[in-house]
Design a protein around this ligand. Structure first.
Ligand code: GDP
Ligand code: IMO
Ligand code: MG
Length: 423
């Protein structure tokens, strides 16, 4: 058996949470492989809306196992709040959720360091989510991190050493800190964590595979935020690409099956950093308005622009995408024409390849297409798609060379058109 991977192809917030929820009935297990509470994955069904940050998006279906993998960084306080609120809504979390011993812990001092480093960068700040993601992954890579498995063995000592190292760093950065309150809450949340099934997830995942169980790996962020391939340094601190699923769950590369790449019919980005197709005009504001493009976690305005096929071709290549999923088709309903960036002019020379530097001298080259001008939100089958929308899809498929197999026409679970049995 192989695992399937679902991940974002743009700068995050593509709609991963919604699609994981929709696909979960076809799987036995859903597993998050990287990122942490910087993620905000929104699900809507039965007139309710949920935003998940650390817990996989497969928990609302029918008893599937959900795993937080070793590649994830976990803030126990945010986890506790999220878990309690889900259980309050009737989710039987304790029976379906398993957490890797090797996932790293976000400490209160990681969040303070995140803020201090951002302050130090001044105008060049990344615009992080402020959740301590960068400093936690830094500690992991520099071999100073605390892992969930550590909470069962000599934890006080390990915590004290890590905390003191952070306090020295904060002191050197000129930050006066008082962590007493946050620390007490955090230590309480560590105790809370102990009631969950904390496992050697790489063995469990591989055992499930050998038993023929179907596993869906859920990515966070998007490929353009990948620490190696994204718009560095304006990226997150993990590998968000498909290879992250191997490292973040202990799945061998030859065990990867389908790779679902998700993108919006347009493009958004939150935080700083280059965004070649960004619209600074009323069209951008209109997309933001209609698409409710505000951060699920931070509430920050998302920057909006036209779809960028140069970047999509790049991320499709990096991930080995086998199926494309297009989200938020309904948001472009009211546009007479829509634009697609199919090439960049880099210092006057046209290219279809994604360049090293997308910050300077880049001019998007657009193809303008007829808009569809039809309310897409109530469409239930592909034969109801307007001709102009079908043309849009065909154009993208031809230029991206991968089939679009699922189309989302609204935020609700039901507003999803699966083309796989319909063409
Ligand atoms: P994620 O981080 O990739 O899971 O995406 P987010 O949840 O941060 O952002 C996606 C937003 O778009 C959420 O508010 C979803 O409810 C919403 N959404 C998802 N699919 C659609 C769609 O097809 N149409 C519209 N209008 N909204 C959608
Ligand atoms: P989901 O999973 C969109 C962005 C931040 C910032 C950069 C680094 O919901 O798609 P970090 O806190 O990770 O150090 O911030 O990455 N970012 C996201 N943008 N969606 C996300 O997650 C993001 N997670 C991080 O805005 O620019
Ligand atoms: Mg999000």
């Amino acid at each position: 058996m192989k695992v399937d991977v679902l991940l974002g192809l743009q700068w995050g917030d593509e709609g991963k949470g919604k699609v994981v929820d929709v696909l979960t009935p076809h799987y036995d297990v859903v597993a998050r492989f990287q990122g942490g509470p910087n993620a905000g994955h929104t699900l809507e069904f039965e007139e309710k809306k949920y935003v998940l940050r650390s817990i996989p998006s497969g928990i609302f279906q029918h008893g599937q196992i959900n795993i937080i993998g070793n590649g994830v960084v976990l803030d126990p306080v945010l986890f506790m709040d999220e878990a309690e609120s889900l259980m309050h809504s009737g989710v039987d979390l304790k029976h379906v959720l398993k957490i890797s011993k090797k996932a790293h812990l976000i400490m209160p001092t990681h969040r303070l360091l995140d803020a201090a480093y951002e302050k130090l960068k001044g105008d060049a700040k990344i615009g992080t989510t402020g959740k301590g993601i960068g400093p936690t992954y830094t500690d992991k890579v520099s071999r100073n991190g605390l892992r969930i498995g550590d909470i069962f063995c000599n934890f006080d000592e390990k915590y004290r050493i890590a905390k003191n190292r952070h306090l020295n760093l904060l002191n050197a950065l000129g930050e006066a800190v008082d962590i007493a309150e946050a620390e007490a809450k955090w230590l309480g949340a560590i105790e809370y964590l102990k009631q969950y099934d904390i496992i050697d997830s790489e063995f469990v995942v591989n055992k499930y595979l050998s038993e023929g169980k179907k596993i869906l790996c859920e990515g966070a962020q998007g490929s353009m935020l990948d620490v190696d391939f994204g718009s560095y340094p304006f990226v997150t601190s993990s590998n968000t690409v498909c290879a992250g699923a191997c490292a973040g769950l202990g799945v061998a590369p030859n065990k990867i099956g389908e790779v679902y790449g998700i993108f919006k019919a347009y493009c958004t980005r939150v935080g700083s950093g280059p965004f070649p197709t960004e619209l600074h005009d009323e069209t951008g504001a209109k997309i933001r308005d209609i698409g409710h493009e505000y951060g699920a976690v931070t509430g920050r305005e998302r920057r909006c622009g036209w779809i960028d096929l140069v970047a999509l071709r790049y991320t499709i290549m990096l991930n080995g995408v086998t199926q494309l999923i297009m989200m938020k088709s309904d948001v472009l309903d009211g546009f007479e024409t829509v634009k697609v960036c199919n090439a960049y002019r880099v210092n006057g020379v046209e290219t279809r390849d994604f360049p090293y530097d997308i910050e300077h001298g880049i001019e998007p080259v657009y193809t303008e297409m007829e808009g569809w001008n039809v309310d897409m939100t109530s469409i239930t089958s592909p034969d109801q798609f307007p001709r102009q929308f079908k043309d849009y899809i065909s154009y993208l498929e031809k230029e991206l060379n991968v089939p679009i197999t699922i189309i989302s026409v609204g935020p609700d679970r039901k507003q999803t058109i699966d083309l796989r049995n319909n063409r």
